[in-house]
Design a protein around this ligand. Structure first.
Ligand SMILES: [Zn+2]
Length: 379
């Protein structure tokens, strides 16, 4: 049975439900994947289910009843057995031994939001580090006896936010077994975790959402128009939070900017200064998400142009509002090597993912696209 509030991820849910149903709940779990894939939403729902007083069990499937006292407490994350630890801002008071009240309040707000929607932000504003003092507080709490029956679940959001001394303190916590306790780590970058931490956890990979599931969630949960949801889902690479961000940022605006960039690259001899300026205006030096969105939007637009070339103007387009400019582009560049153009854009996305300077990557790719398309027009 599907857990409420979770988008897709049937296989992961099955693994989690099965270990609850068979009472083989691990002491520590690492959910690897981005927040927008559902790592945090899954961790919170897991905590609810293992604490529910009247879980609904059907074979290997377990869901929370949603009505008992524990479920009611868990709904707003005001549950003595459930806690979320997430990064706090580090600043002048670096090394401070106490948690400031504003941080505690911030973390409390964050937890409440996450209880309401597991796809909310998992870091408070300006937060960059999980501090040792937070892990010490966790260890202290775990050493106390439980005040309510159920299972203690401590969720460490974005475990890669632990610095070296925090990670070492945490390793000690992991090494001491605590009765009826599960520690869940969520992490998008396991390469930044200590190998000794990973080896003590049951590792569960939470994969990117497929485009259909993602666009359906955008229309059903987010009330977005199906057409925009579809474009945004293709841009977001399986990440629900990123997809929502694109929609807030207006996907059409990103797409239009991407197409303008290509047009600038295809101008006459003096295209260079305006192309450099356009790239600079559109994306920051390290703006990976935006660069990927621009590149992906351009890819989808070119795919539409190519399907017009292949199938004629009656073909169904993803960028349906762009039919006219797409037809013009298709007739001008009908003989261009679109496959080569796709490869250029796909490589740009990969380079950006590998932390290469975004503006340089975009500029180089646009020059290559210029060569590909202008060649076709000349011949
Ligand atoms: Zn319940």
């Amino acid at each position: 049975m599907q857990w409420p509030g979770i988008i897709g991820q049937y296989a992961v849910q099955e693994i989690l439900q099965r270990c609850i149903a068979q009472n083989r709940i691990p002491q520590a779990m690492l959910l690897v994947g981005q927040d927008g894939f559902g790592t945090m939403a899954l961790a919170i729902e897991f905590a609810r289910v293992v604490n529910c007083y009247r879980p609904v069990i059907d074979g290997h499937s377990v869901t929370a009843c949603g009505e008992c006292q524990s479920c009611n407490q868990a709904r707003s994350l005001q549950h003595p057995n459930i806690s979320i630890i997430s990064a706090i801002p580090t600043g002048k008071l670096d090394g401070a031994d106490e948690l400031r009240k504003e941080w505690i309040d911030g973390l409390y707000q964050l937890a409440r939001q996450l209880a309401h929607d597991g796809y909310s932000p998992t870091r408070m504003e300006g937060a960059n580090e999980i501090r040792t003092v937070q892990i010490r507080e966790l260890t202290r709490q775990l050493s106390l006896s439980m005040t309510q029956r159920g299972r203690r679940v401590a969720i460490i959001a974005n475990a890669e936010d632990m610095n070296v001394s925090t990670a070492n303190a945490f390793l000690k916590t992991l090494e001491e077994p605590h009765a009826d306790t599960t520690i869940i780590l969520t992490c998008a970058r396991p390469d930044r975790l200590l190998a000794t931490i990973i080896s003590r956890c049951q590792v569960i990979t939470v994969p990117a959402l497929d485009e259909t599931t993602l666009s359906r969630a955008l229309t059903e949960r987010g009330n977005h128009q199906p057409e925009e949801a579809l474009i945004s889902a293709s841009l977001a690479q399986g990440d629900y939070i990123a997809a929502e961000a694109f929609l807030a940022d207006d996907v059409r605006q990103i797409r239009d900017a991407a197409v303008d960039l290509l047009r600038t690259a295809l101008r006459g001899k003096d295209f260079r200064p305006s192309l450099t300026a356009a790239v600079h205006d559109l994306i920051g030096q390290r703006d990976r998400q935006r660069s990927t969105a621009v590149a992906s939007a351009l890819l989808l637009w070119l795919r539409d142009a190519y399907s017009i070339i292949q199938a004629g103007s009656a073909v169904q387009l993803l960028n349906a509002d762009q039919r006219e400019p797409l037809e013009r582009f298709a007739s001008t560049f009908a003989r261009a090597d679109f496959d080569a153009a796709y490869r250029v854009i796909e490589r740009a996305v990969a380079d950006v993912e590998r932390f290469m300077p975004t503006q340089l990557v975009m500029l180089t790719s646009m020059m290559e696209l210029r060569t590909i398309f202008l060649q076709a027009r000349r011949s």
